[in-house]
Design a protein around this ligand. Structure first.
Ligand code: MIC
Ligand code: SF4
Length: 642
């Protein structure tokens, strides 16, 4: 039987396990990336495990999320990360050099290699044929130390692109179309391979937009073949030697095949507050817009920015709209400046922000009260922009420009002819903002610089055979890690200070949660389906653990979050019968007995002491996961194993 692209890479990197859907496989990881919002914790974990030099082929630490320095906290964390990188063999991409995924694609990614990153949009690397996955910081720390990365062997989906996109219809619209078809949980447990005739018209940045947003489907990752287009991109980056050809076998077998006819596709828009709440732009025409943001790891490539500049050239944005543009990398910004496109952007009245995540994670540029914001980003979860009552819509750069010019949601096809964009044959290469680590000999004497914002890890408690605890919080379907552990300018600087962060846990759902959970000392959370979707932030597990949460019971979980829960010693359990969800209420006293025996059997009995009812909960822990839960956390387990 033939293999898919992902199966070929998995096979070449498999340390143990079997390529049977649902079973655990351990993978050798070639490259890692971190960003600063998850990185500080990941490097603290790396140090705690007593690891010395990284064992990967390439590990890079990016500073792109917490670039707002309104106090000492972020600056101290940057300094910590820079010093830890120098000592332990990690390349350090300075603030201003760009968004991790954009820079990694430009400078470091390689087809056929494995990459894990402490950021959920790491699958951006799938645009050049990498097996690139988001992971919790602790898993990235382990991989940096040479340890395996464990995944549940996913199903294989194939999306065939038929035909060619019409003008003003873009890769972003393809991403929104697949979200319309599959929803935010439609990709859970699957790797999505993109193919068909239509891919030959898609450049690497366009492919990367699609694999980036595959994260919103809940997919393990998304991947394109590595072909002549990949080769041309790598050559333009001066990295022709990194190219290898990669495609699926003609007789590869897929669990699901979806066709998308590009000729039929229209400009699409994701409405508040979920990336799969899709409508056509046409159907929302005339909606007043207050703010437009162009950038983020989804749409900040040179190609995106040149299109935006060409559409803005000679025009002025509507006086009622505030427009921000964040180029994805220093390379993009420099090339925009060199060719004059940056002047066209500035002349239109846009505000140019630094090459960073910025508004995407609520680090500045929050909309006005009840404002409407159109963003080329990948997430529009409630409150993420920093304004609780804002309505955020996700669109392509072309649709964003149409709104900035008119002040209303406008079909970009009404902008006239799409100017022809010529991509340069080679990109401007300047890696001076990437600082190489010290040699092993020099590293021994180097000091790691820590600021006062770095607080000790919360101590995890081993799971017990009987768990009696109160149901402290009951939430619904599709709870994101932004609900569990919000981000934004006021909270993000405290990513290395769990006690401080804990005050904001579940703030958008119930601001009394932290206090109530702390008072109980031991508690259980109940959720609906796809619990923990979105960001990879392990803080969404570490903080509940700090607050005493011992188990989370749901209809289903998102992939990265379930791993983060186990790593933090919290038991993820699912209802055997989904209707039992309705039989539990906040405040109920719950007991799980014979937990250890139940872990082995895959079924644990839950007794609701308040109502007297009993239900069966399911779990499928591997031996390694059971040992982690019994030790209390992955860190404790790793130490025990020493
Ligand atoms: C996000 O887009 O939500 C983030 C911020 O990049 C996160 C990482 C984080 O929370 O630090 C992600 O996608 O994993
Ligand atoms: Fe940064 Fe936004 Fe991309 Fe997350 S989704 S990495 S916050 S640009």
């Amino acid at each position: 039987m033939g293999l898919t692209i992902a199966q070929k890479i998995i096979k070449a990197h498999m340390i143990s396990g079997e390529m049977t859907v649902g079973s655990e496989v351990a993978l050798k990881i070639d490259q890692t990336l971190t960003q600063d919002a998850t990185g500080t914790m990941a490097y603290l974990e790396f140090e705690t495990m007593g690891l010395d030099r990284v064992k990967t082929e390439r590990s890079v630490a990016y500073i792109d999320h917490n670039t707002l320095q309104s106090g000492f906290e972020n600056a101290d964390d940057h300094r910590y990360i820079q010093s830890v990188c120098k000592k332990h063999g990690i390349y350090f991409s300075r603030p201003g050099n760009g968004i991790c995924h954009q820079v990694h694609l430009e400078r470091f990614g390689k087809p056929g290699k494995t990459l894990i990153g402490s950021d959920s949009h790491t699958p951006t690397g799938g645009g050049i044929g990498m097996l690139a996955m988001g992971a919790g910081g602790l898993d990235v720390a382990v991989a940096m130390g040479g340890g395996a990365y464990y995944i549940t062997m996913p199903k294989m989906y194939k999306v065939n692109l038929i035909g060619k996109l019409n003008p003003f219809v873009t890769a972003k619209d393809i991403s929104l179309e697949i979200l319309r078809i599959l929803s935010v949980k439609g990709g859970v447990g699957a790797i999505i391979e993109w193919g068909g005739e239509g891919i030959k018209y898609l450049s690497v940045p366009e492919r990367a937009t699609i694999t980036n947003m595959g994260t919103e489907l809940g997919a393990t990752t998304s991947i394109f073949p590595s072909d002549e287009i990949t080769k041309a991109f790598l050559e333009a980056e001066g990295r022709g030697e990194d190219y290898i050809e990669l495609s699926s076998d003609p007789d590869a077998v897929y669990d699901k095949v979806i066709d998308i006819d590009l000729n039929e596709l229209k400009p699409l828009i994701a409405c508040p507050h979920s990336p799969d709440n899709i409508a056509t732009v046409e159907s929302l025409k005339g909606t007043k817009v207050d703010q437009v943001c162009i950038g983020s790891c989804t749409n900040s490539s040179l190609l995106d920015m040149l299109k935006v500049a060409a559409l803005l050239k000679g025009k002025t944005i509507d006086p009622s709209v505030s427009l921000s543009i964040s180029p994805g990398s220093k390379q993009v910004l420099t090339m925009l400046a060199d060719c004059g496109a940056l002047s066209d952007i500035l002349a239109s009245g846009a505000r140019v922000l630094e090459c960073a995540c910025g508004p995407c994670i609520g680090m500045g540029f929050s909309p006005n009260s009840a404002g409407v914001s159109l963003r080329t980003f990948n997430r529009n979860f409630i409150g993420r922009s920093g304004t609780a009552d804002a309505s955020v819509y996700l669109v392509s750069p072309e649709t964003a420009v149409a709104a900035a010019l008119t002040g209303y949601i406008t079909d970009p096809r009404l902008l006239g002819n799409m100017p022809e964009i010529k991509m340069p044959e080679s990109f401007k290469i300047d890696d001076s903002a990437v600082i190489a680590p010290a040699s092993e000999a020099e590293a021994a004497d180097l000091e790691v610089l820590r600021g006062p914002n770095i607080k000790p890890f919360p101590e995890a408690k081993p799971q017990e055979d009987t768990l009696s605890a109160e149901l402290v919080l009951k939430v619904g379907d599709n709870i994101t890690t932004d609900h569990i552990m919000p981000a934004g300018a006021k909270i993000l600087p405290y990513r290395s200070n769990i006690p401080h962060l804990s005050q904001f846990c579940f703030g958008v759902c119930d601001s009394t949660f932290p206090e109530r959970a702390k008072a109980l000392g031991k508690s259980i959370i109940v959720g609906g389906s796809n619990y923990g979707q979105g960001s990879s932030r392990e803080h969404a597990a570490l903080v509940p653990m700090y607050l005493g949460v011992r188990a989370v019971i749901t209809k289903s979980f998102a992939r990265i979050h379930i791993a983060n829960l186990i790593n933090s010693g919290i038991m993820p359990l699912t209802f055997k019968n989904a209707d039992d969800y309705d039989k539990l209420n906040q405040g109920d006293k719950l007991t799980l007995t014979n937990v250890f025996d139940g872990m082995d059997k895959g079924e644990i009995i839950l007794k609701n002491e308040t109502t007297g009812e009993e239900f069966t909960l399911c779990c499928s822990f591997t031996e390694r996961q059971k040992a982690i839960l019994k030790a209390g956390s992955l860190l404790a387990y790793t130490k025990v194993g020493e």
